[in-house]
Design a protein around this ligand. Structure first.
Ligand code: ARG
Length: 279
């Protein structure tokens, strides 16, 4: 009798295991959020943008993706119950991959610029941040206001593909405008004296100033589409709705403010200024 019971139990266990397996397969096949790879969220980012996304160097010298965009995307993946694959690249690459539909999301301090609306959808705004014109302390006297950024004798940097490039063209039309692939190149070239000024997100200026005290924030720069959104592959409505729900939950439960505080603290530590492949 005992043996029979044990046998029955074993059969029940095997059956329920099989049921579990099937259930898992079902959810994978269903692909609720129409992601490129079922069950996986493929996300492009551009980790040259503290406190949004950057490489933080750990105590053992290893570089790790950090920043509030990275924390947010991890939260979103967990909320949607999908795996997360983050692919680092330059910012213009993030825009391109989204436009090609080869990634599901782009999280890179993206401004919901109406000019981009044909190639991606935007989530709700998750962070409010403005724009800045920056220089170094030793050149602070050259720049009294934004009007002084429009000078044929100066060179001004902005990152390729960004709205800051539009701002440079708008407010520094007479200057020599230098296009750089990484936002951190702007910082490096300002510090080394190759550039006189640059346009970046205001909080990025504040974060890099923590590492490079010689940076000087001249002024805020007006821009009509304030704030940052997640870029969503055009037409993926299920994913857009899921992302918006996750963002709302992340803000609502206080996680997002914690992510921002943590990122600011981490950004004032050791930051690696490029893509890891460059090492
Ligand atoms: N907010 C700006 C834009 O959307 C710049 C974003 C740059 N992001 C970055 N990770 N480098 O054009």
């Amino acid at each position: 009798m005992k043996k029979l019971f044990a046998l029955l139990l074993a059969v029940v266990m095997v059956l329920s295991l099989a049921a579990c397996g099937e259930k898992k397969d079902d959810t994978t096949v269903e692909n609720k959020y129409n992601t490129k790879t079922p069950g996986v969220l493929t996300v492009a980012t551009s980790p040259d943008y503290a406190p949004y996304e950057f490489y933080a160097i750990g105590e053992d010298g290893s570089a790790e993706l950090a920043g509030f965009d990275i924390a947010l995307i991890k939260y979103i993946a967990e909320y949607l119950d999908v795996e997360l694959e983050i692919i680092p690249m330059d910012f213009d690459g993030v825009l391109l991959e989204l436009a090609n539909g080869s990634v599901d999301l782009g999280v890179a301090g993206i401004s919901p610029d109406p000019d981009r609306a044909n190639s991606m959808d935007f989530s709700d705004i998750y962070y409010e941040g403005g724009q800045a014109f920056i220089t170094v302390e030793s050149k602070a006297d050259m720049f009294t206001d934004l009007a002084s950024a429009n000078n044929p004798d100066i060179s001004v940097g902005a990152q390729n593909g960004t709205i800051q490039m539009d701002l440079a063209q708008q407010y520094s039309a007479d200057a020599d405008i230098v296009t750089l692939t990484k936002a951190t190149d702007i910082i490096a070239e300002l510090v080394s004296g190759k550039l006189d000024g640059g346009y970046v997100e205001y909080d990025v200026a504040v974060a890099y100033k923590a590492n490079y005290p010689e940076l000087h924030i001249v002024c805020e720069v007006p821009y009509e589409v304030e704030g940052n959104a997640v870029g969503v592959k055009k037409g993926n409505e299920a994913l857009l709705a899921g992302v918006n729900e996750a963002i709302a939950a992340c803000i609502e439960d206080g996680s997002f403010s914690k992510f921002v505080a943590d990122a600011l603290e981490q950004a004032s530590g050791n930051i690696y200024e490029g893509l890891l492949e460059d090492k």
